[in-house]
Design a protein around this ligand. Structure first.
Ligand code: FEO
Ligand code: CA
Ligand code: CA
Ligand code: CA
Length: 512
């Protein structure tokens, strides 16, 4: 039995088994000497917070940010450039549009034009005035970087005859570079302009934009770098093309920028890019992980296993998935967000689930680079936490560490699966904390519950850690018609994605 159980757990995760209460994040911090109150799972159509927390909405879908542009749909990743602790240029991803709430399902050119202006990202100034965060409408920094914004490829690269792509889309999670630019990740890009088939044709897609705008699928699936003050953007082919969930930056011991990124698809891979430079991502080497061997394997044209199989280096980067398989990269259970515990250098990877393999609850993996150097090509991998009814969470997705080393994460049970089958008893999606110290160290505690069908995404702390910015994405997503929405959050009428600022005594105690 134990052998089978062990084999099963190894199949879920990798390496040594580190599950249960004793699993700590790293050096204990003195933060949590008190008991954090926990919410029970619920299916209420509200954003419910643990006692001691409150929220206010900063911006919601279709709010004007300036005279010509609105806040886009399905807000996701949040990050910022701080002009001062209470004055930020926020960046917010807009992952996709749900035609029901935007324009109906008719696939006209005009509808697609409208949709293209609602995905990508928003830059907008927010200030904390009289203890309340407020969007500064019409601020000079407010602008959209959207599905129709021309964006050049970095380093003068040409992809299918073009140095410029039209727009960014499928912007899920992201990261921030050491030089304070934002990275926004193009995840499920094939839902917009389709994907290239083996015979060279382009597949149908969810939104079918390719019917009126025949942009090549190869122009999407990249990591896009955005300057917060100007909105100037570029697409990095150097980091490879796949369903990038996030792009988490660090520095190697020899001062090169390192970026970790997962491909959120069943049985896809974990990647690491090591830049040739300390302040640019334009050139460097992309590696893919073999977790059993603890090796980062280079996706380069010089690699003997890839030689002769691709036209050139760009061809490898465009087809990173195919190249990774030729190297024997480890198949993972949909790697989503990646965060680094600054106190230890350990890298945490949320693997949300892998339903065909009957892994319904996912796990959080931990990678420790050899010699604690993010530039190392050797590492050890283990399972930090396994999802399930015993551990009290399922489908981990976005994560963030606070200033005291506590791990916060949100989860993502698909809308049509909530409260059914393996997900019975988990209620709506939520926000959770794993304290690094104190009486509940290593436990999983629920702090928020999302409205019906919504997912909480993009957790991001303000510079003083007194506010947690959070996205409420796709409330009411399984609605079939406008008159009978499954959620009416936040106004009691029509479900609307929004970003909120969470504050309160409890947060100040945890991060104080
Ligand atoms: Fe957009 Fe993998 O979540
Ligand atoms: Ca995600
Ligand atoms: Ca994160
Ligand atoms: Ca997800």
């Amino acid at each position: 039995m134990e052998h089978n159980r062990r084999k099963f757990l190894q199949f879920l995760g990798y390496g040594s088994l580190l599950i249960g209460k004793a699993t700590l994040l790293g050096p204990l911090s003195g933060c949590t000497k008190f008991k954090i109150p926990s919410l029970s799972p619920t299916s209420e159509d509200k954003l419910i917070l643990a006692p001691g927390l409150n929220y206010s909405i900063i911006a919601k879908f279709v709010d004007s940010i300036n005279e010509k542009e609105v806040f886009g749909f399905n807000n996701d990743y949040i990050d910022f450039l701080a002009l001062s602790p209470n004055d930020l240029i926020l960046w917010i991803n807009h992952e996709y549009v749900h035609p029901l709430w935007v324009n109906g399902y008719e696939r006209t050119k005009a509808n697609m034009e409208k949709e293209r202006k609602l995905v990508g990202g928003t830059l907008m100034r927010v200030k904390k005035i009289n203890q309340k965060w407020e969007m500064q409408k019409n601020d000079i920094y407010n602008r959209g970087v959207r599905g129709d914004t021309p964006i050049p490829f970095a380093d003068n690269v040409e992809v299918l005859g073009s140095k410029i792509a039209t727009g960014t889309l499928a912007n899920c999670a992201g990261g921030k570079t050491p030089w304070d630019t934002i990275l926004t990740c193009e995840e499920n890009y094939y839902g917009f302009y389709g994907e290239r088939s083996a015979d060279g044709s382009v597949t149908e897609s969810l939104l079918n934009w390719q019917t009126h705008f025949p942009n090549p699928p190869e122009h999407y699936g990249w990591v896009v770098e955005v300057e917060p003050k100007t909105g100037k953007a570029k697409k990095h082919t150097s980091l490879g093309r796949f369903a990038h969930e996030s792009a988490t930056c660090s520095m190697s011991k020899n001062n090169k920028c390192v970026v970790y990124s997962g491909d959120d698809k069943n049985d896809e891979h974990l990647y690491k890019f090591i830049s040739d430079s300390s302040n640019s991502l334009e050139r460097g080497t992309l590696y893919v992980a073999n977790l059993d061997k603890g090796e980062w394997m280079p996706l380069t044209i010089e690699n003997p296993k890839l030689k002769g199989k691709f036209k050139n280096q760009l061809d490898i980067l465009i087809h990173a998935r195919k190249a990774s398989k030729l190297l024997g990269a480890t198949k993972l259970d949909r790697p989503e967000d990646i965060e680094i515990n600054k106190a230890t250098g350990d890298i945490f990877i949320a693997c949300t689930n892998n339903k065909p393999k009957k892994n319904y609850h996912g796990q959080i993996l931990k990678i420790q680079e050899s010699e604690a150097d993010h530039g190392s090509l050797k590492f050890t991998a283990s399972t930090f936490k396994t999802g399930g009814h015993d551990s009290g969470f399922t489908c981990p997705d976005n994560m963030v560490f606070d200033n005291n080393g506590n791990l916060w994460f949100t989860n993502d049970i698909a809308g049509n699966a909530a409260n059914k089958g393996p997900y019975k008893g988990f209620g709506n999606n939520g926000l959770f904390i794993v304290p690094a110290g104190g009486p509940q160290a290593g436990e999983v505690i629920q702090l928020a519950s999302a409205p019906i069908d919504a997912e909480l995404t993009g957790p991001c702390f303000s510079p003083d850690y007194k506010t947690l910015f959070l996205s409420v994405q796709h409330p009411g997503e399984t609605s079939k018609d406008l008159k009978n929405p499954t959620s009416t959050w936040p106004d009691g009428k029509r479900p609307t994605p929004a970003i909120v600022a969470i504050e309160g005594d409890l947060l100040e105690k945890i991060t104080g």
